[in-house]
Ligand binder design. Sequence first.
Ligand code: CA
Ligand code: CA
Length: 314
Amino acid sequence: MLSFRGKARSVRLVPVSLVSLWFGVLVVVAVACAPLPSASGGSETPALTDTSPPTGTIENPLPGSWEDSYVYIEALFVDPDGVSSGSLSLALDGFSLSYDRSADPSWRSVRVYDYVYGLEEGPHTVEARAQDILGNGPTVLTWSFSVDDTDPILTITYPVGNPLLANASVVLAWTGSDVPSGIDHYRVQADDGPMFNVGNVTSFPFHALAPGIHFFRVMAYDKAGNYNSLSDPPIAVATVPNPPPAAPPVVNATVNATTNAAIQVTLSGPDQVPAWGIGLIVITTAEAVAVAALALRPRGEAGRRAWLKRYGRT
Ligand SMILES: [Ca+2]
Ligand SMILES: [Ca+2]
């Protein structure tokens, strides 16, 4: 310790090391009173407003649902005090899952989830647990779902083979079955057209089909989302015949031999005759008369003489 004497008062100087000691004590007390960081980096300091356990919600799969062998499992826990990270658990059929989790910064809303592959067909049970950071709980969610890993079976009953569709229409018909969940709905398609969800009916009409061969496809979906393979779908074939050939053109000829004007001889046909089937020929009056005279010329010697006398020929 150092001391100085002055005129009216004395001054005592406290060693610097003692000041540092007091400051260090204050820092330690402040740190001790600060909220403890959680495993997620958020604060687990309770708000002390809620003594209830977390609220749990089943997110996926829904209770009683049908799933294929690939299942996503998720549960949500919410608590105003914050959810304790160490209290979380997720199990399937009694076996713990190495789940993942996601939480907001305060850890008041936490999701636990996992993906499961290759489950056997039949029922399965999930259990998810969580407590708040005060130890309230645990909240336990328990629910069941079922797995269907078998594709539906489908058979198209009409058309079979490749029938001719005289009226350009067909009513596609089929049968389908599935285990263990059963058929949920069918979808049908003609050629490259849209696929129609037709529900649970087993027939569907197509009308006004163009001439030519047509392909029809039916897809069956079970309640777990399985379907008959797109690479090998049930396909039916049918053909709409071409229309009958058009009637030959009809010739309508008009000859006007009384004038020297040009004469038109027109070839025309019914409406179905294409444009290229209609021709137009123009000849003169003299040519028309000569053609007619030759056509009417009598046969035999007597006739030849009468014809020469009539037309002044020798
Ligand atoms: Ca609570
Ligand atoms: Ca199935």
